[in-house]
Design a protein around this ligand. Structure first.
Ligand SMILES: Nc1ncnc2c1ncn2[C@@H]1O[C@H](COP(=O)(O)OP(=O)(O)OP(=O)(O)O)[C@@H](O)[C@H]1O
Length: 310
């Protein structure tokens, strides 16, 4: 779906993006992760032509983006940014309808679509469609920004640190909702963040940028395998690498296939080993019951087993 082919962007004699080659498959969430100034936003902005490459090519569906005029290109790509950028004098419904109006949809179709999208992003249409942006919390405004980006049903979404300004609880809630929306809509999502936990919570694949170069790439569990390279260790922190690795492994992988005896705290099978560790600490228990689900027959998770894969 998106292909970066040897993409470089120079400002003066400095390459802020340096020969990046990367594929983002259809329907996946790829997170660009790196420290401030590593070139994440610049790389992303070459997809919708807010920045042009100095060398190399960006292809969307096999087509070089420079072959499509920027306006047409952008109408087919949802874009969500940290500052949201809602029009302050337009109501929520008008903001969400920006692209459908540009595309000339009929009023009734737009109204239906707006309500459908507000519900999708967790805002009750009756309560929110007529509000102005200043009547929204930061988290609600971000939800409206996401609804607006999804309005014309673009197959591709670019999200540049969309949740960075939110408090941790709201941020985790929106991350979970983005995963649900992704599962329901099958969009291809390119997501920029400098937050390693956010990357692990969202990504199918993580692409690590360091000083403009692609320093590592893989599924979260692959990326954090023992023996991972220096850029990943630097970014995740040497001393917390093992802790982050637990977040990439599901509890079901190491639960012992035995019935939970007694009254143990319950952990869902799809929870990560990091969540298991947190539950053990908060409940003061060295065992957890993992109930059966799907293929998983159920079992018991032991503290002693948990510390081994880390
Ligand atoms: N228009 C520009 N002119 C000159 N330098 C630029 C320009 N845009 C970006 N840069 C530089 O390119 C580098 C990469 O910037 P970019 O915004 O892509 O990084 P980033 O990884 O997204 O950082 P952050 O997480 O802080 O947003 C930075 O050093 C920045 O100062």
């Amino acid at each position: 779906m998106i292909r970066f082919e040897g993409v470089t962007r120079r400002y003066g004699d400095r390459a802020v993006v340096d020969r990046v080659t990367l594929d983002v498959p259809d329907g996946s969430i790829c997170v660009l992760l790196g420290e401030s100034g590593s070139g994440k936003s610049t790389l992303m902005r070459m997809v919708n032509r807010l920045v042009e490459p100095s060398a190399g090519r960006v292809l969307v569906n096999g087509r070089d983006v420079t072959a499509t005029d920027p306006e047409t290109l952008r109408r087919g790509i949802g874009y969500v940014i940290q500052s949201v950028g809602l029009f302050p004098h337009w109501r929520v419904a008008e903001n969400v309808a920006t692209v459908p109006r540009l595309l000339g949809w009929e009023a009734a179709r737009i109204a239906t679509r707006v309500d459908e999208l507000l519900a999708l992003v967790g805002l009750e249409p009756g309560r929110f469609r007529d509000r102005f942006p200043h009547e929204l919390s930061g988290g609600q405004a971000q939800r409206v920004g996401l609804a607006r980006a999804l309005a014309a049903d673009p197959p591709l979404l670019l999200m540049d640190e969309p949740f960075s300004a939110l408090d941790p609880g709201t941020r985790r809630g929106l991350q979970a909702e983005l995963r649900t929306i992704h599962a329901e809509t099958g969009k291809t999502i390119l997501f920029v963040t400098h937050d390693v936990e956010e990357a692990l919570a969202l990504a199918d694949t993580v692409a690590v940028l360091e000083e403009g170069r692609l320093a590592a790439r893989g599924r979260p569990a692959e990326l954090l395998e023992r023996g991972t390279g220096a850029p990943v260790r630097r970014l995740f922190g040497e001393e917390s690498l093992a802790f982050h690795r637990l977040a990439t492994l599901p509890a079901s992988t190491i639960a012992r296939p035995e019935d939970a005896a007694g009254d143990l705290p319950i952990l869902p099978a799809e929870a990560s080993l990091k969540q298991a560790l947190m539950l053990m600490l908060s409940e003061g228990s060295d065992r957890l019951a993992v109930p059966p689900t799907g293929e998983f027959p159920g079992g018991t998770l032991y503290w002693a087993d948990l510390v081994r894969p880390a």
